[in-house]
Design a protein around this ligand. Sequence first.
Ligand SMILES: Nc1ncnc2c1ncn2[C@@H]1O[C@H](COP(=O)(O)OP(=O)(O)OP(=O)(O)O)[C@@H](O)[C@H]1O
Length: 336
Amino acid sequence: MSNRLLEIENLTTSFRIGDGYYAAVDNVSLTVNRNEVLGIVGESGSGKSALAFSIMRLHNRAKIEGKINLEDTDLVKASTNELNKLRGDSLSMIFQDPLTALNPLMEIGAQIGETLVLHRPQMSKKQRYDRVIELLNLVGIPRPEHVYQQYPHELSGGMRQRVVIAIAIANKPQLLIADEPTTALDVTIQAQILDLIHKLKEEMDAGIILITHDLGVVAEMADRVAVMYAGEIVEVAEVHTLFENPLHPYTRSLLNSVPTEGQDKLHVIQGIVPSLKNLPRTGCRFAARIPWIDESAHEENPVLHEVSPGHYVRCTCHSKFYFPEEGKEGEANGAS
Ligand SMILES: Nc1ncnc2c1ncn2[C@@H]1O[C@H](COP(=O)(O)OP(=O)(O)OP(=O)(O)O)[C@@H](O)[C@H]1O
């Protein structure tokens, strides 16, 4: 059996704004293997959630082009019927905010059981109850028989997120997408939830896409990382490579803006990700945010270059990049 679980090829997801369509995910190609966590990082507005929702096919009015192959099924071409069978079964997602993901009027046990009713109709009531208790145990919820009968508002944020995870993994998904799964939680709970996701990967042999803007989370959890900027992947590498030898100016800027011991000055990335309508569609999309780099450093039509096995970086500007604070001698740091 091949280890490849998900293969995304030239995916473009565009939203209608005014009288035109604008791509929020632009020609993205990515893979995820079994028993692998692919981290996706990038600032707010870079297209991470649009990508996740495209894989789940949860966009209502977007135009989706390209291929999203989950094993033998192309999710772009799949019918609503096929998608309903897959979602909550072999394809699952943990959303950012556990409160909005849960039904406030339904007991916890029934909410978890619902996905079993839908995808495992042959289960008896007793089997279903036992499986829900097993899932509550698995996600580390104490006194599961008691929690079974509680409502979401009676649980803490961390416990609610565990319930959301229990629902997402109820049918042992092959691909689990976690979109900022710990953003709404405090730090100690964050660590527990991440630990739980890590265990699930091993136990279920699942592929996991972990979306976050937190580089600490990526360093801890991911096997490989894709860095997204303005709808495009600008760098992909194994997690150690990315942290030891980041190349793209955007990746380097993101890493440089994380406080480290002994560092007295943080690099601030000026500006923001442009809105979809104002996004430059030709040339290097990051060029406007590194104006001190000579225009000639950029490619006319930047593509991903494989600079070492499995390490891809977009645009040639990385070889001429330096931080203004460092001066030009910092130029071409680590670039090949
Ligand atoms: N339904 C939509 N209609 C129009 N534009 C959208 C829609 N959804 C997202 N966008 C736009 O697409 C771009 C990417 O948004 P997206 O939410 O994917 O970013 P993100 O990286 O996930 O950000 P965050 O970390 O804040 O969730 C943004 O410019 C956003 O405004």
